[in-house]
Design a protein around this ligand. Structure first.
Ligand code: DPP
Ligand code: ZN
Length: 899
């Protein structure tokens, strides 16, 4: 496989000013005519990309080219000797109905869809398939009207007419220059809902959400989310919709979550369709977040795009940051409608924002931290790749968003918005780099702090790995000072290890937010020696060197530090807390993020001690006591409480175990959960009674938080073996007024009370789901992750008549959920889970390499496991690697894992 390097970037020799595409759409064989106006910019041949295409003809300025006048290779078409300007006409054919890769043009459920990011456009027509070639598009679609009544593409519909033989035609024009990865078309039988809204500047625009007929009743939340996204970008970022029409179309077969094609977003149906009977609170919030994310790309991604794919985080990190802020603002706004006012409202809103932050950090730690320590570790701006599809990662997206968030913390909201305005002033309409973004932010930062710059900060873009920050406190009772020292370190990871001594990792710029508590848990006013800022109970220390210290004055006694408040940087903190410190922070810290973190650390210590088989097992009474204090605190809201009282995920715990023993970890977590369930049964029961949500379903954060806590309480009670709670779960399953409660009751029964009642509920759920693919996905996923489902049972589900590997959502629900989210059984000592994994990777790779490569990543941490498991994983990896005809996607993943 060829390795592509960031340093090798070369501009394309030609500009492609306009592109006219004409599609004769037939599922079996579609003909595409492309007319490109090219203008020379640099010396060189015109080289076009193409994949799985049949070339019919090539013409230059209307003159057909003889076949010796161009060179056709398996994935390129070279036309040498072009002058300053030329009009190329390329006719090609592709086979959408046979296209199971779901890249390029394909058919799903009888509807034509496209997916072009990152390199799918080359499967539609010959073209310079790279993001720095930006063109104006006109698209003509022709298809039989009876089967394909809706014909959609980017921009505005400018003409429509009937053709002979029952066919019809639509012509779309996109007024904005765009790279080809943002091209889209959809053609088929669709139903939709729509709304006309007026933008801030007074333009009327049409918002539409399309889906398969019969499901338009489930688009209400999506349409409302789209309108909220439009409003939010106007008010918070001063960015207005630039099109007259904005469409979202739901697809049943889709590799990713959604795609931000200009004016025509194509979505995985899972992020569009919802009603209370079929979608959970988590689904509702994911739909709002993904709709926001794709809508926000219209400016951060489409108006300003990436120069090359190494810059992917330029648009993805920034847009994830924007969707995270959108969700936080929407959660806060929703609380204003719940009857709360004044201080109570302000408190609830702050808490809702913290809950969002907690959820984002949980996701980062579960997915990105392990990635950053494994063989696929890469900086948020990778230096090289073999297959760009493998770099749509948690690092580029979620760590990328953390890097943007740190710039926001350093500049403040007003400064950050000035930086954004400067970024658009400099680069609107261009394809640019991450450096260009930081340059715009730095121009503001330097105006704020003439003595500082972002030199150390830029290393976040160049260095992989999660930095560790070691914290030490020195208290001087005589001087009443406390000296806080921060020291950072980041070991080589992934391919960096191969560089050996030649690798020099330099310190990064870390905004480190801290507070200090006295022995009773009260916040101490912080005064920094040498600073004349007014005392406050939280400060951001800017660590830019390997080690620095700060002196706090007027500190009355040895304080307990509250560290990395709000998770102000994507780092691992090392500080020698006592268990008592942690209990104090969990009971009293005014920073709700750090407060929960203390409890999680305490719980992690207990679980890890049990898992290590320590000769003197920890006394869990202490943990019970700490949990009881949170349950008894009337001040805190249920959503926060649910997150504080949940135990750390196995993936997060595994990061701290060496070697990793998933069986021991699962048992230890069970043991602690059962103890908390038993000893606090009264409190859990009260939590259930106090957090009912009668009346019409609403996904607002207060109601969702109540359901989170109530359902957590139910699972604790069942895990503790509480007999009456089984009945409670059965009743909740039967009488639930929404999917969140029904699914939670089912999961509690299946996981903690297997038997006839659980089986009956599962059978009932299946009957309810038969006509709803997204509900069936839940039915498969719940079983795939169940405590009782081993590889043998998964194979039985694989043979179920409703299972198909071809549909990515279904494959993810069963195969991925088992391999990635059922560590107890996936890592069975006999290696059955790994053999299953190898078979499924190979089966998927035969038709959908993108999805296969995602599953292939399931074993990349193999070297960190106990020897028996490690050997079995190694064998499974070797089996995949030795397969003839393996895709470039999977080859890159398994060979890096085995390096
Ligand atoms: N559609 C994917 C996303 O929005 C890739 N751009 O992140
Ligand atoms: Zn995105």
């Amino acid at each position: 496989p060829v390795t592509i390097r960031r340093q090798d970037y070369q501009p394309y020799p030609f500009a492609v000013d306009t592109v006219a595409l004409a599609f004769d759409l037939q599922p079996a064989l579609t003909t595409v005519t492309a007319e490109l106006e090219v203008v020379r910019q640099h010396p060189g041949d015109l080289v076009l990309d193409g994949e799985d295409l049949e070339l019919v003809s090539v013409a230059v300025d209307g003159q057909p080219l003889a076949s010796h006048a161009y060179q056709l290779a398996p994935t390129t078409l070279t036309i040498p000797g072009l002058g300053e300007r030329a009009r190329l006409t390329l006719v090609s054919r592709c086979r959408p109905a046979e296209n199971a890769t779901l890249m390029g043009l394909y058919v799903s459920n009888g509807v034509f869809f496209t997916q072009c990011e990152a390199e799918g456009f080359r499967r539609i027509t010959w073209f310079p398939d790279r993001p720095d070639v930006m063109s104006r598009y006109t698209v003509t679609l022709r298809a039989p009207k009876a089967d394909f009544p809706q014909l959609l593409s980017n921009g505005n519909l400018i003409a429509q007419r009937e053709l002979a033989d029952g066919r019809h035609e639509a012509v779309w024009e996109d007024p904005f220059r765009k790279p080809c990865y943002l091209f889209a078309l959809v053609a088929g039988k669709l139903a939709w809902t729509e709304k006309r809204v007026r933008t801030r500047s007074g333009r009327d625009v049409l918002l539409q959400v399309y889906t398969d007929p019969g499901n338009e009743g489930k688009t209400e939340w999506a349409l409302a989310s789209l309108e909220r996204s439009l409003r939010w970008d106007e008010t918070r970022f001063d960015l207005e919709l630039d099109l007259d029409r904005f469409m979202i179309v739901a697809a049943r077969d889709f590799n990713m979550g959604a795609m931000e094609n200009k004016g025509l977003n194509i979505f995985n149906a899972a992020y569009v369709l919802a009603d209370p009977d079929s979608a959970t609170d988590a689904n509702y919030s994911a739909i709002e977040a993904v709709i926001g994310h794709e809508y926000f790309h219209n400016w951060t991604g489409n108006r300003v795009t990436c120069r090359d794919w190494f810059q992917l985080s330029l648009k993805e990190g920034l847009t994830v940051f924007r969707d995270q802020e959108f969700t936080a603002d929407m959660m806060a706004a929703a609380l204003a409608d719940t009857g709360l006012t004044g201080d109570a409202l302000a408190k609830a809103q702050a808490s809702a924002r913290t809950v969002k932050r907690i959820d984002d950090v949980i996701a980062l730690r579960a997915a990105q931290f392990p990635e950053d320590a494994g063989p696929m570790a890469h900086p948020i701006r990778p230096e090289s790749y073999q297959e760009i599809g493998n770099f749509y990662t948690a690092t580029v997206y979620e760590k990328g968003a953390e890097v943007i968030r740190m710039q926001h913390t350093l500049l403040g909201e007003a400064g950050f918005q000035r930086g954004m305005a400067e970024y658009f002033r400099r680069h609107d309409g261009q394809a640019v780099t991450c450096d260009d973004f930081v340059d715009a932010m730095e121009s503001v930062y330097r105006a704020q702090h003439p003595e500082r710059d972002l030199t150390a900060f830029r290393r976040w873009y160049r260095q992989a790995g999660t930095p560790r920050v070691r914290v030490t406190l020195a208290y001087d009772a005589q001087a009443r000072t406390c000296t806080v020292t921060l020291a950072q370190h980041c070991a080589p990871v992934g391919v960096e290890r191969l560089a050996g001594d030649s690798l020099h990792k330099a310190p990064v710029h870390i905004p480190f937010k801290i507070g200090l508590l006295d022995a009773q848990g009260h916040p101490l006013p912080l005064r920094l020696s040498g600073s004349d800022a007014a005392a406050s109970d939280t400060v951001v220390l800017e660590l830019t060197e390997a080690s620095q210290h700060w002196v706090f004055t007027d500190v009355p006694g040895h304080p307990v530090p509250s560290l990395l408040r709000d998770f102000s940087a994507p780092v691992i903190v090392e500080y020698d807390y006592t268990d008592r410190d942690l209990a104090l922070l969990l009971a009293h810290d005014t920073n709700a993020y750090a407060r929960r973190e203390a409890g999680q650390e305490l719980a992690a210590r207990h679980i890890l001690a049990h898992a290590s088989g320590a000769t003197t097992p920890p006394d869990d009474a202490q943990l019970v006591q700490a949990w009881r204090a949170v349950l008894d605190d009337p001040q805190v809201d249920p959503g926060w409480r649910a997150r504080a009282l949940n135990l750390p995920a196995e993936k997060v715990l595994a990061e701290r175990m060496s070697p990793i023993d998933p069986g021991a970890l699962a048992q230890a977590r069970d043991l602690v959960r059962a103890r908390l369930g038993r000893d606090l049964a009264g409190q859990w029961r009260a939590a259930i009674d106090d957090n009912q949500t009668p009346g019409a379903y609403s996904p607002d954060p207060l109601s969702a938080g109540r359901r989170d806590l109530k359902n957590l309480a139910l699972s604790y009670l069942l895990a503790g073996g509480d007999a009456p709670a089984r009945e409670l779960a059965e009743l909740q399953y039967r009488d639930a007024g929404n999917m969140t409660d029904r699914l939670a009751a089912l999961a509690a029964l299946v996981n903690h009370a297997p038997g006839a009642a659980a089986d009956a509920a599962l059978a009932d759920f299946y009957q309810r789901s038969r006509r709803d693919p997204l509900m069936l996905d839940k039915w498969f996923a719940l079983q795939a992750t169940a405590r009782t489902t081993d590889a043998g049972q998964v194979r039985k589900l694989l043979a179920h008549s409703d299972f198909t590997l071809r549909n990515p959502n279904r494959a993810r629900a069963l195969v991925f959920q088992f391999c990635l989210n059922n560590p107890r059984h996936f890592h069975a000592a006999d290696g059955a889970g790994y053999r299953f994994w190898a078979e499924q990777v190979l089966a998927l790779d035969a038709f959908n390499p993108e999805i296969a490569a995602r599953l292939a990543r399931g074993l990349e941490q193999w070297t960190r496991y106990a020897p028996v498991l490690r050997d079995a994983m190694h064998a499974a990896l070797e089996r995949v690697r030795s397969q003839a005809g393996l895709s470039r996607n999977v080859t890159e993943i398994v060979s890096k894992a085995l390096e």
